[in-house]
Design a protein around this ligand. Structure first.
Ligand code: GRF
Length: 188
């Protein structure tokens, strides 16, 4: 029996993807626990989600400090769940092929610089594409460029607004993020 894996979840906002990971760990759906939540913003609502589940959190913009606590917690896998900062060294080297990101489009469409949050879904509507979805991928030095791990599509509805589309894509995100983590921790 493999030991339970330790996750670090990085957030900058509301944390619904973090909540999906918390729920999956608590229900036994993920043989893992969250060792630390990292945020670059002290006002991220996701921090309240961590607190409500007695999960330790650190607010920091210092990659060396963050790296230190990840080593201290013996973190196996990093998940970027709405983290709006680029990951640099030493994390990229220390966690090569062990950092996952969730993006709210079918990469490479609507990804890269400037495509985050509700802006992604507004761009989808403005372009008039009929299919969008979500992607999980490994993180490297280039924004949204790492190896794609999982994608799931949905059809854009005539009545969709950026907000309604965001909510429908988030449902996909929560599901494929857990599936991706399950696949990854099986392999560590
Ligand atoms: C999600 O749409 C995710 O794909 C993107 O940022 C958003 C975070 O949402 N990277 P939440 O904070 O997990 O609710």
């Amino acid at each position: 029996m493999n030991r339970k894996k330790t996750l670090a979840v990085f957030i900058s906002g509301g944390g619904t993807n973090l909540q999906a990971i918390i729920d999956a760990c608590e229900s036994g759906g993920l043989p893992a626990s969250i060792g630390i939540v990292i945020s670059n913003r002290s006002d991220a609502y996701g921090l309240k989600r961590a607190e409500a589940h007695h999960i330790e959190a650190l607010v920091s913009n210092d990659d060396e400090e963050i790296n230190g606590i990840l080593q201290e917690k013996a973190v196996d896998l990093i998940i970027l769940a709405g983290y709006l900062k680029v990951i640099g060294e030493p994390l990229l080297s220390n966690y090569k092929d062990r950092i996952i990101n969730i993006h709210p489009s079918l990469i490479p469409a609507f990804s890269g610089k400037g495509y985050y949050g509700i802006k992604v879904h507004q761009a989808v509507l403005d372009r008039g594409v009929q299919i969008t979805g979500a992607t999980t991928h490994l993180v490297n030095a280039e924004l949204d460029e790492g190896r794609i791990l999982k994608q799931e599509a949905l059809r854009v509805a005539e009545i969709d607004t950026a907000e309604s589309l965001q909510q429908r894509v988030l449902e996909i995100e929560h599901r494929i993020l857990i599936e991706t983590i399950q696949d990854m921790i099986g392999g560590i």
